[in-house]
Structure formats: structure tokens, C-alpha cells
Design a protein. Sequence first.
Length: 204
Amino acid sequence: MQPFRTLTALAAPLPMINVDTDMIIPKLFLRTIKRTGLGKNLFDEMRRTPEGKEIPGFVLNREPYKKAKILVTGENFGCGSSREHAPWALLDFGILCIIAPSFADIFYNNCFKNGILPVALPQKDVDALMTEAENARQITVDLESQTVSTAGGKICKFEIDGFRRHCLLNGLDDIGLTLEKSDALASYEDKNKREKSWLWKGRA
């Protein structure tokens, strides 16, 4: 997982509330267990007609938002089923940060596990950032200082749980966290082999 520290990028405006995980990645595309390749199907039913043609009016089909790395959206983002494919699809498209007034709990947790920073801000701040996004202006998200800032000088403070912040800053998913303890795990195994050798008979 890539560390997240500071991101200055174009933000795409998606002024919708209650965007659920089936809207983010429809169930048709959940047959894979790979984290890659889902970006092309992100928001598929909003991005394409039933015949597969792009809908020009959808924000992520328009320039310059095709390369957006930040999404500014409405409250209760990521509600619905708990599918982890939703953050996979966002990340594969290139979205590294989502700014909204609120998130569904499971989606919020899954974002951190996949290297995406979900930032919850008061509605008035989200509205101001939505205007920045609609005018195709870049936004800076700084996880170390826990701020979102605009080129015009507006600064919004947010708070992230210390453990989650540590994991994102250092690019640690569940596997990475375990590997941080590899020396302690190896030491425990060595001690266990000495003290309870019968448990290890026949094992490599």
C-alpha cells in the first residue's frame, strides 16, 4: 500500500447524497477478487448507457475530471452493502481522497485498509470545496497536519484516528502491520521451539 502524506490534485464534484456501493461498483462486476481492473467500471451505470457508450454529462467522463484524484461529494457516501470492491474501484480509477460530510461506517473503514483517505468535514466546508471542484481548481490534502486547503487560502481542519493516520502515513495495510512485528514473531517462535519442542516435531 502506498503511503499517503500530502496530495495536491484536481477534485471532481459529485453533489449527490446517499451514494451507495452498488452505484460505486455495480454487483455485475463483483466476480473478481483482484484489486485491479475495476476502475473502468467505477460508477458504471452513471458513466455509461446500457449499450456501453459514455454519458458525456457525467463528471468523470469530462475533461479535466477524467484524471481527478479527489472526489468531493454528499453525505452518507458509501452506504449500502459492505463490498470492498467499492474502494478498490475508486483506487484503481485514481481516486486517493474522498471529501464528504459523512460516510457509511464499513465503507469508511475499508478506505483506510486500501490506502484511500476519507475526510469528513462540516457541510459548509464541503460546499466551499464543491465550488472549488466545480471551477476545476486544485485542492491540497495534508494528512500530517490534517488540513484541506485551497489555492485561495481557505483551510479546513479534519481529524483522523491516530492509528488509522499512522497506517496511511506509512502505507501499512493489515499485512504490513503484521510484518512490522516480524522480529517479535520470529523471537516467539524460536523460544517456543526451545521450550515446547514436541510441538514442532515433523514441522519445517
